[in-house]
Each structure stands twice: as C-alpha cells, then as structure tokens.
Design a protein around this ligand. Sequence first.
Ligand code: ATP
Ligand code: MG
Length: 354
Amino acid sequence: MKTAKPLKQLKLSVPAQDTPISSFLTASGTFHDGDLLLNQKGLRLISEENDSLPSETKEIDLQFSLEDLETIKVIGKGSGGVVQLVRHKWVGTLFALKVIQMNIQEDIRKQIVQELKINQASQCPHVVVCYHSFYHNGAISLVLEYMDRGSLVDVIGQLKTILEPYLAVVCKQVLQGLVYLHHERHVIHRDIKPSNLLVNHKGEVKITDFGVSAMLASSMGQRDTFVGTYNYMAPERISGSTYDYKSDIWSLGMVILECAIGRFPYIQSEDQQARPSFYELLEAIVSSPPPSAPADQFSPEFCSFVSACIQKDPRDRSSALDLLSHPFIKKFEDKDIDLGILVGSLEPPVNFPR
Ligand code: ATP
Ligand code: MG
C-alpha cells in the first residue's frame, strides 16, 4: 500500500506592525515571505532547500519553467540557434536563454538532456552557469547566466586590439576555467573561440558553450561532426588525428593572438580578395609553421605565452595549469588591472541583427 507523502510544513510569518514593506518586496515587485511568493502573476509556493544555486536564484529553482521567463530582446544568434535576454517574471533575475532547434530522435534527445544535466552542475566562477535545460516543441532551451558585456567578439569589435595588461587578465580567467574543465571535470571544451568567452560589467570572463558543440554534433547523427567555425581548431583536430585537452590550448593561443594583433592570425590583410578560402585556411593551419606574436610589437613574456600555446605538436604545448604560472600572467597579477572599467567604457553589446 502506498503511504501518503507527509505534507510540507510551509513557512509564513505574520509581519510585525513596524516591519517595512521593503523587506518583503523583491526588485520585480514580488511579495516574498517564507515559502510564499505573490505578485500580479498570482501566488506561488517555492522551495528554499536547493543549495546548488546562488542565493538570488535559489528561490526560483524548483518551479523554473519556460512560462516563467519573459523575453526582453534577442542578444545573439549562432549556428545552432538564437540567444535571448529574458527576465524571470517572479524574481526579476535576468538570464540568457539559448534556444537550439533540433530535429532529433527521442533517445538522442534524452541522452543530450542527460549530458546537459551533468554539465550544468558547473562550480567554477569562470564557466558560465547553465541553470536549467528544457526540451520543448522540438527545441532545447538552456537557461544561462547572463553576461551583460557580451563576448570577446563584441569587445574586439570596438577596441580593435586589447593591450597586454588586459589580455593577461582575460587569459588568467579563461585559464582558470580551462583548469576546471580539464583537470577537475576531465573534459575538452572543443570550441574555444571569441564568441564563447563572455564578459560582464564586473570584468569577469567566463567560458560558455561547454558541451554544446558535442551536443549539436550528436544531433547531426555523428558524435564528432563539428558545427561552427574551424578557425580556432588545432591542426590535429583538422587532420582527424586523436586530440586531447591540448587542442583547447591551441584555440586559446589563437584567440589571444587575434585580440593582440587585431586580426585573425592566418589572415594577413583586411582585403577580402586576399583572404584565404576555407580550404586554404585549413591547409595553412595543418601544414604551415604556426603564427607567432611579432617580437618588435609585443613583450617577450607575451610572445613566449603565445608560443607556449600555438605549437603544432600538442605535446609541445603547455597545460592550462602550467600556463597559469607563466611569466606573462604573473607579470600583471598584482597590478590591479580593472577589466570592468575597460569593458564598462565600451558601448553595450550591439543587439542582433548585427
Ligand atoms: P556558434 O553557434 O557558431 O558557435 P556563437 O557562439 O556566436 O556561434 P551562440 O553561442 O548561439 O553562437 O551565441 C550567440 C551570441 O549570443 C554570442 O556571440 C554572445 O554575444 C551572445 N551570448 C551567448 N550566450 C550569452 C550569455 N550567457 N550572456 C550574454 N550573451 C550571450
Ligand atoms: Mg557560443
């Protein structure tokens, strides 16, 4: 016989006469006390028992559903789908909602959602948190931490180049994210590129789309079909050899060099006619000597850092952990470089369509 589930003891206190109303009202105009939420949307019971979320989002955990999110605007578009800025109607928290359209079989879909559930348990301040994932109407929706200064694409779009002290600060944070992914989670990101390195007004840099390229590939029927750009891909991946964590290090080196010199390292000029074709580019990455930072324009520490990342043979590349103590990172560590001020001085990311 089924035993009845004990009823949860709800917490609700009667406010004392002199309690200011502000202590019950959240920023979104929601009245919140104990387990109850009340606003113009109605009455909601909530749970405060989940410890895996930051305090401001804890209260929305269990009842998190797509209906609770209202769209503010579209903030980006990638090969897999659209990213929107959304607000949680109940608590006012902003999120980025990434909706990926995919026509896939039930079993692959279940596997993907399962993988996402594992991935979203990120406990690193330099990896974008995925709070929830839903499968709804043939699309997978990811509720992500909102990074209000966009990606490195937006930053270099305005600044053209990033100076070494700021690059060191960016690099350190990306490396901390990579140390977490490589050394703690034992996963390869596979798609480190400027649009997957996001920035916020506090000057925090975080890696996103961890697991998404693998997910898109599996939805295309083949686990290792890559969807996205090949520009930052390590030679061993392009040539179909086995690859490991070091392929992410190559990609990081390419991103950092691009941010320093203001153009993609394999492209010599802005002239469209002079640009290599897709196949010429792949051929160059696999067969030509690797690009390097010009020694007459950059510090020896920076040149050495880039060279420690962009080595054709993955065994010659440094690990994320080693790079964290590279002289280029150490040089600016105690200099109080405020990336928040730099990105705060830029125009907010341009809205889609761009
Ligand atoms: P691709 O799909 O080819 O990998 P992409 O990385 O640009 O390219 P998306 O991951 O869909 O595509 O992201 C599109 C854009 O949306 C990003 O470039 C970024 O500007 C923005 N974006 C994505 N996630 C967030 C987020 N969590 N917070 C703020 N902006 C975001
Ligand atoms: Mg992306």
